[in-house]
Design a binder for this molecule. Structure first.
Ligand code: FES
Length: 80
């Protein structure tokens, strides 16, 4: 949680990514999704989003909000 928002934080191939933690489809827990090839798959119905852009891979629309994130000295900074 960041304030009143659920944020999903991922580390994929050594890089950090952050996006809205509630799936744009029906609010599924996107942080519990499977990571593969730079994408996350929602565990509820399988919608898949690019980690870097939030683009839904089937319709190519930016449905999932993403946030800038960085790590400095072991601390993660998120820009919402
Ligand atoms: S809630 Fe995520 S795919 Fe349906």
């Amino acid at each position: 949680m960041v304030g009143d928002r659920v944020i999903a934080l991922f580390r994929s191939e050594g890089q950090l990514f952050a996006m809205d933690g509630m799936c744009a489809h029906q609010g599924g827990p996107i942080a519990e999704g499977q990571l593969q090839h730079g994408c996350v798959t929602c565990p509820w119905h399988g919608w898949q989003y690019e980690l870097a852009t939030g683009i839904q891979t089937i319709n190519r629309q930016p449905l999932q909000e993403t946030f800038e994130v960085r790590e400095i000295d072991g601390k993660i900074e998120l820009f919402i």
